[in-house]
Design a protein around this ligand. Sequence first.
Ligand SMILES: [Zn+2]
Length: 505
Amino acid sequence: MPEVPYKIVVGLEVHVQLLTKTKLFCGCLNKFGQAPNTATCPVCLGLPGALPVMNRLAFDLSLKAALALNCQIASHPGLPPGFTKWDRKNYYYPDLPKNFQISQYDLPFSHDGHLDINIHPDPKKGHTAKRIGIIRAHLEEDAGKNIHDESGRGGDTRVDLNRTGTPLLEIVSHPDMNSPEEALAYLDELRLMLKELGISDCEMQEGSLRCDANVNIHVPMESEPKGYAATPLVEIKNLNSFRSIGRAISYEATRQYETFQKDPVGYRIGKLLKTTAGWDDARGKTEVQRHKEEAADYRYFPEPDLVPVVVSAAQIERVKLEMGELPQAQRKRLETQHGLSQYDAGVLTAKGRAMVKYFEDVATAIGDSKAAANRISDLIYPALTERNEEIDQFPVTAAVYADFIKRTAALNKQDRVDLFKFMLENEATLDAAMEKTGIKPATFDETTLRAAVVDAIGKNPRAVADFKAGKDAAKMAIVGAVMKSNKGVPNDVVRRLVDEELAKG
Ligand SMILES: [Zn+2]
């Protein structure tokens, strides 16, 4: 993180599409990649007389996300606990044929939560927890898509209404992040949690996770009552990859600092309206689009076609039971129960619950968690990447891999890699792979091997003298000599025998 003479302040608005079968207020399929305008009906087309009906599953999924984000569930002063309602947000867009969006305004179903993230600059070396506040999470319907002609020949823009009315969860954070890295750490943690809980697939390329970043900077100034001057807010839209989010925040902070230096009196929050900007990824620049509408411009009013929702305590309990272990708790358990390092526990958790289960099955079967973690990162992670597979599709089950680890413990790493590769490529059992490749642990008996060690010690007086003079590495000459005359014997056994014999004096 480069040192800069100001503090970056970032809040994120994340929209995620929910993994429901159908849309939020009608029975149309909620599925990416269907032929344009095939998943529509009078309700989502906004035809006169069509009435919306709320999708229960969408509400339950959102509730699950809110609880995992430690949010209060519809706790609004003067209203019964759990009371929440729908509102109309009026605006005109070609991809929103009703000319309003059903959303939530003043009484969102959840609010005031938090998510803890790791902001250590080198996560391999440590963990620095930071709590990011969640202002609110609310449910709304998505708009469709305008498909512009990008050939540059000025063709028509077409409208696809398949996405119109699909369920969208909006999660608004406090401006608690102070660098692009922190914003990305927050998004990483949020995405992991939403995927693990089956709330969203969070595919940014397909638009099922979208992010807007609110950015400004605080420039330290002793003459200011707060000790700093704050620049006007800019909301950056259309951030469609993690990389572009990081770049856009950096760029915008630098741009604001340059503008502030030219006009330190006028370029201030409160003096200028919040603006929205688009991110042009190819040019690496933000472009200011418009001054932001105030809420009043949307003429919000309670949605007359839907009844308010009251979330019961029983519903909250039921959803909590369905949540299972959250990533943060899982990392802790992997550390305490399995003795993994914070870093290893983090890597494993980030790979998802199915991978954690695989690890735990292997660890139990071989009775050694650390060895299980090491062997899995040696062979399983690279194989999954190479084959572009998830662990639940992987042909080598935890039981088979545990057996592999036990029976190849005496082999060196390269031999293990070759054997495993053969098994995968030929769908072979370990026995067949050993037979075909000829790679197998040598059979040896310890008494004979010890005699060979004693013999080698006798033949290498110089190494022995060096060792006794304090050069510990000198013993490797003896290990090498034994390995040379006893091909295939396990290196670790030879080392132990050499240590034992040298200790005798
Ligand atoms: Zn529909």
